[in-house]
Every structure is written in structure tokens, then in C-alpha cells.
Design a protein around this ligand. Structure first.
Ligand code: SAM
Length: 212
């Protein structure tokens, strides 16, 4: 059943479009029914089923974690979770939560301290605020992507993996850096990614400096 909203004087055209898309998105409906905080959980679930990123007892760092479905997922699988976001994250029993900017070196130091050892997975779903200007948005995403990949190289254990969200156009530069630091790298586009979205995920495994 498709929900169509009536026009409203108090709602802009773009928010009506957004609301209509949310109401008709099967992943949004499924997430609500299954108790996940966001539809993005199905992207992680698909990638995790294929590559086994999240393991019971493993250390997982969740970057750009709010509202928290990836952390929820990792906790449910029995992983130890450290999460960070600029925004507050609702209570997440069992996870260590830091509110702050991942790009801030003090925040990165706090994350490493809470991790207490080499991570098994660094997961970044960070989405910098979009400006609508293609070049600016690409440069921002490249900056975040490179920062995540470089940080993950130090934070991960020898068999660790980093998953990082990018947008098309930003992937080539981040892939170059990832190839120089990691043994294996690939790009993924999970089925739950919206058809009109330009996002892709880069998965890199085994930091070269730590590989046997
Ligand atoms: C798509 S949402 C993440 C959804 C999350 N994976 C989930 O499943 O609930 C992207 C998040 O990135 C966060 N973010 C953007 N820039 C950030 C930064 N520099 N440091 C930390 N978080 C950031 C935003 O606040 C936003 O909550």
C-alpha cells in the first residue's frame, strides 16, 4: 500500500517529499517493526553476512553512530562497542558512547582509550552535512574518508577491517590511500542503499604494517 500525503500549508514541498518517501520505504517500515533505530542497519547486515565483520566478543568502533542502529546490531551480536557522533545518542546499554567530532584529535584519543586494544572492525557511516554543491560535498567526503582510513590503520588489530561510507566521486582518492595502507580493498553497494543515492562503501582489510 502506498501512502500519499495531502499538501499542507505548514509543510514545505521538500519535507512532504521526504516524509512520503519514508512512509513508503519498505526498509523504514521493517526497521520500525523489528525495533532498529534506523533503516541503515540493513546495509550493515548485508555486508556483515557476506564478510563477517562483527563477531561475538570482537571490538567494534562505530563512527557517526547516531541514532544507533549499527551499534544496536553489533551489541546484539555480542561485540564490545565504542560509538561516537556529533549528535547525542539515546541510551545504549552496553556501549561506550562519546559525543564529539570524530575529526578532533582529542576525540580520536578518547576513542582509542575506550577501545582498550586493537579493534576488529571500524565502521564509519559518517555523513558530513550536504551543501548541495557537488565539489564541496565530494571534498568533504574525501576528507572524512581519508581520516577514517588513516585512523583505522592505527586502531585495528592485524586482521581488522574498516568499512567506510563514501559518495561516488570521492571513492577514487580514498581507495588510493586504502590500497597503500591495507592488504585488501573493495567497493560495495548494499541493496538497502536508496536507488537515488550516490553512496558506496569501501571495505579494507588487514593493515599492511601489521600483516604477518
Ligand atoms: C547516516 S547517520 C548514521 C546512521 C547510523 N549508522 C545508524 O545506523 O543509526 C550519519 C551520522 O554521521 C554523523 N556525523 C557527521 N559528521 C560527523 C563527525 N565529524 N563526527 C562524528 N559524527 C559525525 C551525523 O551526526 C549522523 O548522525
Amino acid at each position: 500500500m502506498t501512502t500519499t500525503l495531502k499538501r499542507s500549508r505548514t509543510r514545505s514541498h521538500s519535507s512532504t517529499r521526504w516524509l512520503q518517501r519514508q512512509l513508503n520505504d519498505p526498509y523504514v517500515q521493517r526497521a520500525r517493526a523489528e525495533g532498529w533505530r534506523a533503516r541503515s542497519v540493513y546495509k550493515l547486515d548485508e555486508i556483515d553476512r557476506r564478510f563477517g565483520l562483527v563477531r561475538p566478543g570482537g571490538r567494534v568502533l562505530d563512527l557517526g553512530a547516531a541514532p544507533g542502529s549499527w551499534s544496536q546490531y553489533a551489541l546484539k551480536k555480542g561485540a564490545r562497542v565504542v560509538a561516537v557522533d556529533l549528535l547525542p545518542i539515546g541510551p545504549m546499554p552496553g556501549a561506550e558512547v562519546v559525543q564529539g567530532d570524530f575529526l578532533d584529535p582529542e576525540v580520536q584519543a578518547a576513542l582509542l582509550e575506550r577501545l582498550g586494544g586493537g579493534a576488529d572492525a571500524v565502521l564509519s557511516d559518517i555523513a558530513p552535512d550536504a551543501t548541495g554543491k557537488r565539489v564541496v560535498d565530494r571534498l568533504r567526503m574525501e576528507g572524512v574518508g581519508e581520516a577514517v582510513v588513516a585512523f583505522a590503520e592505527g586502531a585495528l588489530g592485524p586482521d581488522g577491517r574498516v568499512l567506510v561510507k563514501l559518495i561516488r566521486g570521492a571513492e577514487a582518492r580514498v581507495m588510493d590511500l586504502a590500497k597503500s595502507l591495507f592488504v585488501g580493498c573493495r567497493l560495495l553497494r548494499p541493496k538497502a542503499t536508496r536507488a537515488d543515492s550516490s553512496e558506496v562503501y569501501l571495505l579494507a582489510e588487514r593493515p599492511r604494517a601489521k600483516a604477518a
